[in-house]
Ligand binder design. Structure first.
Ligand SMILES: *Cc1c(COP(=O)(O)O)cnc(C)c1O
Length: 375
């Protein structure tokens, strides 16, 4: 089959499975509301958990950054694209999360691919939770390592895989909060498994930072763990930090190794310095303005209580991600459409983002929502 024929066959197949995708155009954003394809909707589909993407101080830091540095960085970090805003952000993030060092890169996807591809090779074994984010799976594959996946949250299965793993470089990798289910990994159990097997534990806390933990520092804070338990922590900045890019936190030796050898870092233009400045401001707010995190926590509690009263089929999640399991793709799409006509933006999540037969409505709560809107 030639290229066009195979593309058409694939589209027909997606059609039959109700898996066609269309990008909705967001014309404007106004707090918890979005104008989508011309219609004003209450947004329950955003990862801007603390509202920082629209926060006046974060926007001002971005604008000030542009005035000082211009827009693009115009170089990879090792050539000419590394600015004081990048260096400041890395120092600040390392101190806040209790790590020696930090590397700020262009996206979470790049971070995970770069770290895994650089630190693993054909002789390494990478043990991962089955529901890990796609880029963690891809990173282990690109490295050519042996990828072993344990059933979601099944620590006995994880233990068996670690025991089977032969080779000297063993990685255990997990999301802190699972992006489509909203539940948390048992990081304490993973940390002791890692100690037992002399493995390196890597956590991607995209949906934990800003949400979990007494002061919103994420899954490690919520589990009472620190840098010595989790030597590699990835924090994508596009979720609760309201910006773009990702922070890789580790010890100085690993960070230095990554910045000298990780191909996605070496051969990619550094993120805009103004973006680094706005992520810095978001970290500032996270550290010094607890009200956003507290509002989000209170909104999550309100939602869970109301959902329980209404006997909705929610999942065991204490994060901002509160999925309602539907099952069939067609039904999930239909519900999402009905909600849209009533003024709510709440997307149907379908395969390959979730397993077949597990389509769902994925509600995300933010600090911008009011209890009334949630009700
Ligand atoms: C969103 C996400 C990523 C990717 O981060 P980007 O900055 O959007 O590329 C990685 N891991 C997890 C768990 C995510 O939710």
């Amino acid at each position: 089959m030639n290229l066009i024929d195979s593309i058409r066959a694939s589209a027909i197949q997606r059609d039959q499975l109700q898996l066609r995708r269309h990008r909705r155009i967001q014309q404007q954003r106004d707090g918890a509301y979005a104008v989508v394809d011309g219609q004003r909707l209450l947004n329950f589909s955003s990862n801007d958990y603390l509202g920082f993407a629209q926060h006046p101080a974060v926007k001002a830091a971005f604008i000030k950054g542009i005035e000082r540095y211009g827009v693009g960085s115009a170089g990879s970090a090792l050539v000419s694209g590394y600015f004081s805003a990048h260096a400041d952000l890395e120092r600040q993030a390392a101190a806040l999360f209790g790590y020696d060092a930090c590397l700020y890169v262009g996206s979470g996807y790049l971070a995970n691919i770069g770290v895994l591809q650089t630190l693993l090779d054909e002789k390494s074994v990478c043990v991962q939770d089955k529901l890990n984010h796609a880029c963690l799976i891809d990173g282990a594959r690109f490295a050519g390592s042996t990828l072993m996946r344990f059933a979601h949250a099944d620590m006995q299965h994880a233990e068996r895989l670690c025991s089977q793993a032969a080779g000297d470089n063993l990685f255990i990798v997990s999301d802190g909060v699972f992006s489509m289910d909203g539940d948390s990994a048992d990081i304490r159990a993973l940390a002791s498994l890692a100690k037992q097997h002399a493995a390196t534990l890597m956590i991607d806390d995209a949906h934990g930072v800003g949400v979990l933990g007494a002061t919103g520092l994420g899954s490690l804070q919520a589990s009472g763990l620190c840098a010595s338990d989790v030597p590699l922590l990835i924090i994508p900045a596009g979720k609760a930090l309201g910006g773009h890019g990702a922070l890789i936190l580790s010890n100085s030796e690993i960070i230095q190794h990554l910045l000298e050898t990780a191909r996605p870092y070496l051969f990619s233009t550094a993120p805009a310095p103004a973006m680094a400045a706005s992520v810095s401001e978001a970290l500032n707010l996270l550290a010094h303005a607890p009200e956003y995190h507290q509002q989000l926590q209170s909104n999550i509690a309100t939602f869970k209580q109301l959902a329980q009263q209404a006997a909705l089929p929610v999942m065991p999640s204490s994060s901002a991600i509160q999925p309602i399991m539907v099952g069939s793709n067609a039904h999930a799409l239909q519900l999402s459409e009905i909600l849209r006509t009533r003024g709510f933006w709440l997307s149907a999540i379908r395969p390959p983002t979730v397993p077949a037969g597990k389509a769902r409505l994925r509600i995300t709560l933010t600090a911008l929502h009011t209890p009334h809107q949630i009700e």
